[in-house]
Design a protein around this ligand. Structure first.
Ligand SMILES: Nc1ncnc2c1ncn2[C@@H]1O[C@H](COP(=O)(O)OP(=O)(O)OP(=O)(O)O)[C@@H](O)[C@H]1O
Ligand SMILES: [Mg+2]
Length: 501
C-alpha cells in the first residue's frame, strides 16, 4: 500500500511535468487536467494561473464552440479523444494567447492519449487511498464502539491470546483497589498482571478452555476490596477465523448480593415450611394440653372434696397435680412461642416509633441483674420515620430477645451498641442494629439460628425460640432481620423495616 501511494505521488509529479512541457510547447499560459469523480469534474493538476474553470472548459468542448483561446480535449478510457464524449474519464485544457495550430492540436491530442494510463492509475491510487482512509475510519469507529460496549458492562472483562498476553482490558478492570490501567495491562501476560493468583492454576484454567473449547464457569471468593465478596468467573472461548480457540474472554461478576439474596430466599422458604409444620403440630398439641390442664384442675377439686369429707388422700397426690400443672404451662409457653414464629398473634397495629420501642426495652431491662454489668451504648437517629402497621409490644419483644442473646454471648461483660438510622427507601426506611462484642457465630451456623429450637445454650438456658420469634414478627411487619458475625469478635443483628412516606 505504501509503495502504491509513493508511486501515485511520483505519477502526479510526472503529470505536472508533462503539463509544463505541453504549456511551453504550445505557449500556453495555463494547462489543467480535470478528473471525473462520479458526476463531477474535479481539478486534479494544473500549471500556470489556474483560472480555467470547469464551465469555461465544458463550453470549449461543445462542437459549436468558438473559443479559440481555450482548447479542451477529453481524456477517455479507451484512449479515444473526442469533444463532449460522455464516457470521458477526464479533460485536458489549455489557455493560449493565440489560436492553436493544427499540429499543436495533434500534439495535445497525443499527449492526452499518453496521459490517460498514467491518470487512470493515479485516479485508482487516489480512490484506493480514499477507500483505505474510509475503511480505517470505519474500523476505528467499530473498535471504539466495541470498546464502549465492553467498558459499559458492569462486569470485569479481559481477553488473552494463546501466549496468555492480554489483548483487551475493560474499564471495570481498571477501577477498584486491584484495578490495573489498560495501558499497563495490554500486551503483558496475564500472570504478570494477576500476580496475586497462583500462575499454575491460572494457566490450567486457560488451557482447559483452549483445549476443550468449552465455557468454564466457577465462583471465587476474594478479600481484595477489604470485605469478603463472591465473584462468578466465566471463561469463554473465542475463535478468530479458525476452528481452534485463539483467545479466551474472561468475565468476572460480583455476585455477592445475588448470592445473599438467594440464600435469604432459600432460608425464608425453609422457615416458612417449618412454620407451617409447627403451626399444624402446635394446633394438635394445644387441644390435648387443654384437656390435661382441665383434668388436672378437676382432679384437684375432687381431692379437695374428698379432703373435706374427712377421708384420707395419698400424701403426694397434691404434689403430682402441681407438677402436672407446671409442666403443662411450660408446654403451653413453648407452643405459644412457636405460634409466634409461624404466625405472630394478630395484635393491634398502629404507627410506632422504633426508637420508642428501644427506649421501652432498655427501661424494662434496666433492673435486670445481668444487664447492669453491661455497657449499653445507644446511637439513635431520632429523625427516622415511624413504622406503619406495627405493634409496639412485639417490637419490644424483638429487641428484648436480641439484647438477651447479646448478654449471653458476652458473658454479661462488654459493650452492646444499639443504633438506628434511616434507610434508602420507604420499603427499607428504618434500620436498627444491635451490635455486641460476644463470641460470635460460626459461618456454618448462621443459616440455622432463625430455626425454631436451634440453640447452643445449656439445657434450661435456652429453648432456641428467641430468634425464630423475632423472624416471625419481622415478617409480620413487612420487614426482615439480618445477621453479620465474626467469630470471636462479635455479632450484629440488623432489623430493616418499612416506614410511612
Ligand atoms: N448475639 C449472639 N451472639 C452469638 N450467638 C448468638 C447470638 N444470638 C443468637 N446466637 C446463637 O443463636 C442461637 C439461637 O438463638 P435464639 O435466641 O433463637 O435461642 P436461644 O437464645 O438459644 O434460646 P431462647 O432465646 O429461646 O431462650 C443461640 O443459641 C446462639 O447459639
Ligand atoms: Mg435467645
Amino acid at each position: 500500500m505504501i509503495s502504491e501511494l509513493a508511486s501515485s505521488r511520483s505519477l502526479e509529479a510526472n503529470v505536472v511535468r508533462c503539463l509544463s512541457i505541453l504549456s511551453d510547447s504550445v505557449s500556453a499560459t495555463e494547462a489543467t487536467v480535470w478528473l471525473r469523480a462520479g458526476e463531477v469534474l474535479v481539478r486534479a493538476w494544473g500549471v500556470g494561473q489556474s483560472s480555467l474553470d470547469v464551465d469555461t472548459v465544458i463550453a470549449a468542448l461543445q462542437p459549436a464552440a468558438d473559443n479559440a483561446l481555450v482548447r479542451a480535449l477529453s481524456i477517455g478510457e479507451t484512449g479515444h479523444v473526442g469533444a463532449g464524449d460522455a464516457v470521458t474519464a477526464g479533460l485536458l485544457a489549455v489557455r493560449t494567447p493565440r489560436p492553436l495550430t493544427t499540429d499543436e492540436i495533434v500534439l495535445m491530442t497525443a499527449l492526452a492519449n499518453l496521459l490517460w494510463p498514467a491518470l487512470a492509475h493515479a485516479e485508482r491510487s487516489r480512490m484506493l487511498e480514499v477507500e483505505v482512509e474510509a475503511r480505517t475510519a470505519e474500523i476505528e469507529r467499530e473498535r471504539r464502539f466495541t470498546e464502549k460496549i465492553i467498558d459499559a458492562l458492569p462486569v470485569g472483562l479481559y481477553v488473552i491470546d494463546r501466549e496468555y498476553r492480554i489483548q483487551a482490558w475493560n474499564r471495570k478492570r481498571e477501577t477498584g483497589m486491584q484495578g490495573v490501567s489498560r495501558d499497563e495491562a495490554i500486551g503483558r501476560t496475564i500472570f504478570e498482571i494477576l500476580h496475586r493468583q497462583p500462575s499454575e492454576m491460572l494457566r490450567r484454567e486457560f488451557d482447559d478452555v483452549f483445549t476443550t473449547g468449552r465455557i468454564q464457569e466457577y465462583q471465587m471468593e476474594s478479600l481484595a476490596t477489604g470485605e469478603l465478596r463472591t465473584y462468578r468467573i466465566t471463561k469463554i472461548p473465542m475463535r478468530l477465523g479458525s476452528s481452534a480457540v485463539t483467545h479466551v474472554i474472561t468475565t468476572g461478576e460480583d455476585v455477592t448480593d445475588w448470592k445473599e439474596a438467594q440464600l435469604r430466599f432459600a432460608q425464608a422458604e425453609k422457615l416458612a415450611a417449618i412454620g407451617q409444620l409447627a403451626a399444624g403440630v402446635m394446633h394438635e398439641i394445644n387441644n390435648p394440653l387443654a384437656t390435661i390442664a382441665a383434668c388436672a384442675e378437676s382432679l384437684g377439686f375432687k381431692l379437695d372434696d374428698v379432703k373435706k369429707a374427712g377421708s384420707a388422700i395419698p400424701a403426694d397426690a397434691a404434689e403430682y397435680l402441681q407438677i402436672i400443672d407446671n409442666e403443662v404451662s411450660r408446654c403451653k409457653q413453648i407452643v405459644d412461642g412457636l405460634l409466634d414464629f409461624s404466625r405472630p398473634k394478630q395484635a393491634s397495629k398502629e404507627r410506632v416509633d422504633l426508637n420508642e420501642a428501644i427506649d421501652r426495652t432498655l427501661l424494662l431491662l434496666k433492673h435486670h441483674v445481668r444487664f447492669k454489668r453491661l455497657t449499653v451504648n445507644t446511637e439513635l437517629d431520632r429523625t427516622i420515620a415511624r413504622i406503619p402497621q406495627a405493634n409496639a409490644e412485639q417490637l419490644v419483644q424483638v429487641f428484648m430477645a436480641l439484647l438477651l442473646n447479646a448478654m449471653d454471648a458476652m458473658g454479661d461483660r462488654g459493650v452492646v451498641t444499639i443504633r438506628t438510622r434511616r434507610g434508602s427507601s420507604i420499603e427499607e426506611g428504618a434500620i436498627a442494629e444491635v451490635v455486641d462484642q460476644g463470641h460470635g457465630i460460626a459461618r456454618s451456623e448462621l443459616s440455622k439460628i432463625f430455626e425454631p429450637f436451634y440453640t447452643t445454650k445449656a439445657p434450661g438456658r435456652g429453648t432456641g425460640l428467641g430468634l425464630s420469634i423475632c423472624y416471625g414478627i419481622m415478617q409480620e411487619h413487612g420487614g426482615r432481620i439480618e445477621v453479620d458475625s465474626v467469630l470471636g469478635q462479635g455479632t450484629t443483628f440488623r432489623l430493616i423495616l418499612p416506614t410511612v412516606a
